[in-house]
Ligand binder design. Structure first.
Ligand SMILES: NC(=O)c1ccc[n+]([C@@H]2O[C@H](COP(=O)([O-])OP(=O)(O)OC[C@H]3O[C@@H](n4cnc5c(N)ncnc54)[C@H](OP(=O)(O)O)[C@@H]3O)[C@@H](O)[C@H]2O)c1
Length: 252
């Protein structure tokens, strides 16, 4: 299935953001790869996008710095014009952070970092980029399977993603008249650097998590990237305000 569209993926210098950028490019999208300081990682993603037959541009964006969004939006507009495409078709809000620990260990700084990045950053980036979104555009917010099931020591993180899902449903109603869809993708435990790389490198944790899934293993980043690209594809153009979980059937 071809996606002849422009896309932007936040936090695309590694992990799920990289896999989403490459999967979208493999289906024909021109992809803006953003990073908050890891230019080398973003360039590596851009190389993989080009190797997949796509077109990439790299821009810097720290989603916790809302004051940078206006100049970033202008910069993005310039990039789209250089591509001969005045509008952004697909926005993937992937960048996010987690703080994991039981109730008594969470600090106010932890709380503010998680909420400031995952909720405040995502919301105001959507607000800033909304005028650039094409009629028929699509916003995909990366959530987590933890908004459906519980796991101790994840309270603030899962609450931040539940907020992202709630924002998405309301914004789907607000942006629907412009034909813009808003959906969430909810990965289960996936082998990336996330949470100190535990889901990839900690064999004991991987075994426990694998035992909690119907399909018997943790996910691979490419499987989440493919799911994001599938959600962005035309075949699902009638789906909006939805949460699609991609977890191998975690804690059913
Ligand atoms: N892996 C999983 O098991 C899993 C499961 C469910 C949901 N998720 C979600 O999937 C998304 C991607 O996670 P991942 O697994 O790829 O983790 P990761 O390897 O830790 O990557 C996180 C990405 O977010 C970026 N980021 C963090 N704060 C940012 C900020 N203020 N501005 C811009 N970028 C920022 C990071 O940039 P730096 O490289 O500069 O730090 C990095 O690119 C996150 O939203 C996460 O919550 C992950």
């Amino acid at each position: 299935m071809t996606i002849d569209k422009t896309a932007l993926v936040t936090g695309a210098n590694r992990g799920l953001g990289r896999s989403a950028a490459v999967a979208l490019a493999a289906r024909g999208a021109r992809v803006v790869v953003t990073h908050r300081g890891d230019a080398a990682g973003a360039e590596k993603t851009a190389e993989q996008v080009r190797a997949a037959g796509g077109t990439a541009a790299v821009l810097r964006l720290d989603i916790s710095d809302v004051s940078s969004f206006a100049p970033f939006t202008a910069e993005l507009g310039g990039q789209l014009e250089r591509w001969g495409a005045s509008r952004l078709d697909i926005l993937v809000n992937n960048a996010g952070v987690g703080v994991f620990g039981p109730l008594e260990t969470v600090t106010t700084d932890d709380f503010d970092t998680v909420m400031g990045t995952n909720v405040r950053g995502t919301f105001f980036l959507i607000q800033s980029l909304a005028p650039l979104l094409a009629q028929g555009g699509h916003i995909i917010n990366v959530s987590t399977s933890l908004t459906r099931h519980t796991s101790p020591a994840t309270s603030v993180y899962s609450a931040s993603k539940a907020a992202v899902e709630a924002l998405g449903r309301t914004l789907a109603a607000e942006l629907g008249p412009r034909g813009i869809r808003v959906n969430s993708i909810a990965p289960g435990p996936t082998a990336t650097d996330f949470n100190g790389g535990a889901m990839r490198d900690d064999a004991g944790m991987r075994r426990v998590l694998a035992g909690q899934t119907a399909l018997g293993r943790v996910g691979q980043p490419e499987e989440i990237g493919d799911a994001i690209a599938a959600l962005a594809a035309e075949g699902l153009h009638w789906a909006t305000a939805q949460r699609v979980e991609v977890s191998g059937g975690a804690l059913l």
